[in-house]
Structures are given as C-alpha cells and as structure tokens.
Ligand binder design. Sequence first.
Ligand code: PLP
Length: 449
Amino acid sequence: MPEHTLAPSPGRHPGTEAGMEPDAVLALDRRHVWHPYGPMPGTLEPLVVESAQGVRLRLARPAFGQRELVDGMSSWWSAVHGYNHPVLNEAAREQLGRMSHVMFGGLTHEPAVRLAATLAEISPGGLEHVFLSDSGSVAVEVAVKMCLQHWRSLGRPEKRRLLTWRGGYHGDTWHPMSVCDPDGGMHHLWSGALPVQVFAQAPPAGFDAGPDPDYLRELDELIGRHAHELAAVIVEPVVQGAGGMRFHSPAYVRALREACDAHDVLLVLDEIATGFGRTGSLFAAGHAGTAPDVMCVGKALTGGYVSMAATLCTPRVAEGIARGSVPVLAHGPTFMGNPLAASLANASIGLLLSQDWRSEVERVGSGLRAGLAPAAALPGVREVSVLGAIGVLRLDHEVDMTAATRAAVETGVWLRPFRDTVYAMPPYITPDEDVARIAAALCAAAREG
Ligand SMILES: *Cc1c(COP(=O)(O)O)cnc(C)c1O
C-alpha cells in the first residue's frame, strides 16, 4: 500500500461512497446542501443530473416523462461548447498528467501565462495586465480594489465610491452586491451594512433603440456631480444579465466612456456574462467600439468546465497602483492562476476562435427569433427580445417557477426562469432542431408560468 493511502476508518460514511440512488442523493441534498438563493432546508426538489453530453443533461431518473433535457441555460452562460467535449476533456487530462495546481506566489507556469497573453490580445484595446482569480464575484472585487487603490496611490483616497445604473448584477460578495440592482439585489436587507453607491436609472431598453438624449444628459450630469468621490463607473455592457435580462443600446456604453474620460473616473466593464461571443461580438464592448480601463471575465472563460475568472486592466491603472506607498495589488487567492482551469480556458478560447463562432451564435439567435415570434401573441407576454444567442420573454407577472420549469421539462428542455423573465442562452453548438425545441419550451414556460 502506498504510504500516503489512509487506512479506511471503521463505519460507513454515506458521502464517501459513489453510486448512490437518486433518492439517497436527494435525501442528503435536502439535509446538508444549500442551493443558489435557496432556503435551508430546501423547499423545491432539484433534478438529479447523472451526466451531460453535447447539449443534453441526462437525469438520474425521468422527470415529467423526460430522462434527457436539452440545456437552454449553458449552465448559466458558461458551457458554450456543450458538455463532455473531446477537446476540453483532452486538455484537462493532459494538464492533470502534469499538475492540477501549484501556488502562484513565487511560481509561474505556461497555462496561466498563455492565458493572460491571449486575454490581453483578444480583449478590447489597451487591457494588458491580467489578474486571474477563481470566480466572477472575486474578479469584480479585484476590479473594485484596483480602482480604489489606483486613486489612493495617486493621493485621492476620497475617490472610493462606485456609480452604476439600476438593473445590474455583479455577483454575490460584498462590493459586487453593493452595485447590484438595489431592489433585485435586496439592498433593503443590508441597509447600514453595504457600502452605499450611486445609482443612475436603468438604461432605456432595446439594443436597436436610438439613444435617449435626456437619459444621456442625466447620466453625464450624475457622473459629473459625483466625480470627486467616484473611483469608477461599473456596468454590464449592452446586456444586463441576472439583474433582469435587458438589452440596451451600445451608445450608452460609449457615452459612459466619454463621461468617465471627461470627469476623470475609471470605467469598469463587467463582461462576465457577455464575454466570449454570447452577444454576437467577442466582447460586448465591441458593439460600442470602445474599451474600459478595467474588464472582468468569467463564466464561459473555461467553457463551463471549472471556475475561473480574470480582471484585466490598462497600464494606466497598474501604474497608478505602482506609484503608491504600498505599490502592490494586495490580493492573492490560494487558487490564483490554477493550471487546470487555465489549461481549460486556453483550450476553450482556442476552440472558440478556431471556428466561425460568429455564424454559430447568429444561427442560434435566428432559431430563437423564429421560434419565439409566436410568443408575442401569448397572453401575459409583454416583450420578446433576442440578441446574439440569448432569447428572452418578459411576462407581465412574476413567473410561477414550478409551473414554468415543469412546462419546459415536459418539452424536454432545461430552463431556469426568474422574476418576470423566461430566457435561454443555449450552447453555441446547439443543433437547429434543439434550438427550436428550446424556443418551444420558452413559449410553454411562458404560457404555463
Ligand atoms: C455571474 C456574474 C457575476 C458573478 O460571477 P460568479 O462566478 O457567480 O461569482 C458577476 N457579474 C456578472 C455580469 C455575472 O453575470
């Protein structure tokens, strides 16, 4: 026996044995496991997934007559190439044979360095320096820290607030939460505890809608009025995701760039949901033809395989930090630059860029547009919108999650509606017939939910 193998301790430990029945999984789940935004103990029964392949999730046992579900969610924007992909599997295997992880303090390695160089090359102009972290929320925390420290180092510590527009989502840790939509992010729950940021009205909806001059003026005026105390403006460009699934004109992103330059405030674009082609541009900032001072990516970065995120910044931001009395960026997660995650990110980005991803995203978008057209006539549907490979039905009421989810599952599709919204962002590889099925499921969920 190899000396590092532990002798088994006496007695059975249910969690340490593989091969459980679905009922046993659910029993332990209910007893021990928190789910996103869930109560403890849980009130809704999750579906047990046994495996996933291509665009299909295979359930451990049938739900509403279906054993396999077409994934309409890309596991929250991330699995853009689908599941169990041979190229990504091979990248993981190859990297596991070298090392899964080593610390990043004092050490470096090819996967992380290649990833940083690639991100610097493909992202909007001027973002040269890359901080690798383990989740989107942390990437946003790092972005905020970069901006605050930049101004502190330049002798302007009073520039420490953030400005954003309503309807946003930037993650669940503290600073990101403070710039989430105040209502959707439940700020009332945290009054007195969360930093209080400056909120503009949500940008007027519609990717193709011409910019509203009144809104532009108010935005510029608000940034100007608070500039003396603002470290940065932070927004999701073009698509507001988990804060409400709304699209807006790229003109507002351009306007933010101009206002930030005019008033000496940094601009952070959170591309964690929009990055890697989802909106039809490699990064949503591309629609606006502009670049931020700091950008966050995550979600699809590793093709949905493992958690990793990155915060990129310009030399200007980095040089500001370097000029301080503490000239370092004081952040260093244990799993920073994780080689396994970085290898998967390299493979996923390589796979994306080696294909005509733009046509694939357009193809999925056209399928959604065609399949969702009839939804406009459904009672209770207020709005149908499609951008890139994202399809959204907005209802005139709060979705009945149980009924909507059931209707989708009965159609053979996995969806996760929220608030007044039923939406899908399928993997880019989704075949036409499955895109049609996802659109049908969205309609069914809107009808029943
Ligand atoms: C999901 C998301 C985050 C948070 O990422 P996590 O990996 O869940 O921490 C931040 N910003 C945006 C825009 C997101 O969509």
